[in-house]
Design a protein around this ligand. Structure first.
Ligand code: SF4
Length: 339
């Protein structure tokens, strides 16, 4: 998104300062003599306080890398991540550590993300102790409070992770992330490893916590149906780039990018009449390698409406406003509804 387009979006949303501004962020991983993996390649967007923004795309599109860049678990190759008015890509050492207190992450795999040798109480208290926020009896009281907040028995604090189900473990991960009173939580596929019935419980819990603690979420998923109800806006990512940003309901009603349309066409509709008339848009070929992404529009090798070689294979479409609050990177957005 260009700075002029970002300015237009800010005017539309009003004067409230964004909690997070991501500006032209790039992450390239060096892969020896074969070049570099362009995992995230010039991504810009704003997030307002209290928003939930879904971030969706196929495996390998760079969405989890972007989540780690925002929380500074990995450094950016270039670009800015401005959180609460401070460019955290420029911070180092203690200053970065203090700022990151307010930026937490919930991970996908509740089995792998909790240390099996630690009790639940120690897992939840670890970040609190690292920042010197609890000692002695305070620790147990705070851990029990956090367990209660996420709907677990507060006296489970002496148990070990293997004694809990997948959904309960994800609640423990959420309790750990809440301990430092964050403002922004990046939820990296927090329900992908869970049964469908448990997914709804965890999403409801995250919504309740958002209201109670005024949280802002980035909710990463590979499936648009998962983010539909929780997100105010949705960003769609393809091969290291954001290709569409839109308010959630409007994105599901109509799409400005053929990739978004293809992703949505793959979601079953729980209505036999609608389902029987629905057309699945099959994308040809595999997602290209981020080592050597296609020229021009990165989606042109799979796009059903691409015009090649010109303009789709030789000119990269900018992420630009197509309607108020709606942005897409496509030369032919007006033709998407014909796909
Ligand atoms: Fe398809 Fe061209 Fe639009 Fe890219 S710019 S999505 S290739 S029509």
């Amino acid at each position: 998104m260009s700075s002029a387009t970002l300015d237009a979006e800010r005017q539309r949303l009003g004067t409230e300062e964004p909690l997070l501004r991501v500006v032209e962020v790039v992450k390239h991983f060096h892969a020896g003599v074969i070049g570099s993996v362009k995992a995230v390649d010039g991504v810009s967007f704003d997030i307002r306080p209290g928003e939930t923004v879904g971030l969706v795309g196929e495996s390998g599109c760079g969405k989890s890398t972007l989540g780690r860049l925002i929380t500074q678990l990995i450094p950016a190759t270039s670009g800015q991540v401005v959180f609460d008015g401070v460019d955290i890509t420029k911070l180092r050492g203690e200053k970065l550590r203090q700022q990151r207190k307010q930026l937490q992450m919930i991970f996908q795999d509740p089995f792998a993300s909790l240390d099996p040798r630690m009790t639940v109480g120690d897992i939840i208290a670890e970040p609190l102790e690292n920042f010197g926020l609890v000692t002695g009896r305070q620790k147990d009281a705070r851990v029990q409070e956090l367990l209660r907040v996420v709907g677990l028995n507060p006296y489970f604090n002496n148990r070990y992770p293997h004694e809990f189900s997948g959904g309960q473990r994800q609640r423990i991960g959420i309790a750990r992330s809440l301990g430092l009173n964050p403002k922004l939580i990046v939820c990296d596929e927090p329900v992908s490893a869970l049964d469908v019935s448990i997914q709804a419980q965890i999403i409801n819990l995250l919504e309740d916590l958002q209201r109670e603690f005024k949280l802002t979420y980035i909710f990463i998923a590979h499936d648009l149906s998962v983010v539909r109800h929780i997100s105010n806006r949705v960003m769609v990512m393809y091969l290291g780039k954001i290709v569409e940003i839109s308010p959630s309901q409007e994105l599901y009603d109509s799409q400005e990018h053929p990739y978004t349309k293809a992703l949505l066409s793959a979601i079953p509709v729980p209505n036999p009449r609608v389902e029987s008339q629905r057309r699945l848009i099959e994308l040809s070929g595999e997602i290209p390698s981020p080592l050597n992404p296609p020229s021009g529009c990165r989606f042109h090798t799979r796009c059903p409406i691409a015009k090649v070689p010109t303009p789709c294979a030789d000119t990269e479409p900018p992420l630009e406003q197509k309607a108020p609050g709606r942005f897409a990177a496509c030369h032919f957005s007006e033709r998407v509804r014909t796909v």
